[in-house]
Write a new protein. Structure first.
Length: 187
């Protein structure tokens, strides 16, 4: 297991000896060093002890090599950019079996050319969770409709297509629809 014990310890400004003393029961700096470098196997028990000593969650000490994380360098808000108070990462989006994608070929509505819109497929009993959201609706003969779901009544859904001056469309009994859940945009 790859750990981030050393990175978290250094970020907290603690020495190996200080972490060893904070463990319950206390241990040596040498043991903490071996656990940091991987020369000693880190068990779940050790992970929990060290996490408690560092004042973090055990999950904060584990690195998953197959997961492409991005370190958070700054947070922005009304007062500008600032450094985060504790280290954080952003997990890159991972596709799931129920996801489908829509690609914007041209700018339309809120979307720009090249945007990837990741959509979660929903069964008919979950359509209500997509109200006032952009959705992809399958139509006969391999065609689709995409727009804002305005309402649902008696097997019909009301969709407002993207674009200026578009008129509400009504579709009867679609077998599923896909609710937009993530926008991937290159800048």
């Amino acid at each position: 297991m790859i750990t981030a014990i050393r990175e978290v310890r250094r970020a907290k400004g603690l020495t190996l000896e200080e972490v060893g003393r904070r463990c319950t029961p206390p241990t040596t700096a040498q043991t903490i060093g071996r656990l940091e470098t991987g020369t000693r196997t880190v068990s779940v028990g050790w992970l929990n002890r060290i996490a408690a000593a560092l004042g973090v969650e055990a999950a904060d000490l584990v690195k998953l090599p197959e997961r492409p994380d991005l370190p958070v360098a700054a947070l922005i808000g009304p007062d500008g950019a600032r450094a985060p108070r504790k280290s954080a990462v952003v997990i890159a989006p991972q596709p799931a079996p129920e996801l489908v994608a829509v690609i914007a070929e041209a700018s339309v509505g809120d979307y720009r050319a090249g945007d990837e819109i990741w959509c979660e497929r929903l069964a008919t009993d979950r359509f209500a969770s997509a109200l006032n959201r952009d959705v992809l609706v399958p139509r006969p003969s391999g065609r689709f409709a995409f727009g804002r779901l305005l309402g649902r009544e008696e097997g019909k859904i009301h969709l407002l297509p993207l674009g200026v001056g578009a008129r509400q469309q009504v579709y009867t009994d679609p077998p599923w629809l896909a609710r937009a859940v993530r926008l991937v945009r290159s800048l």
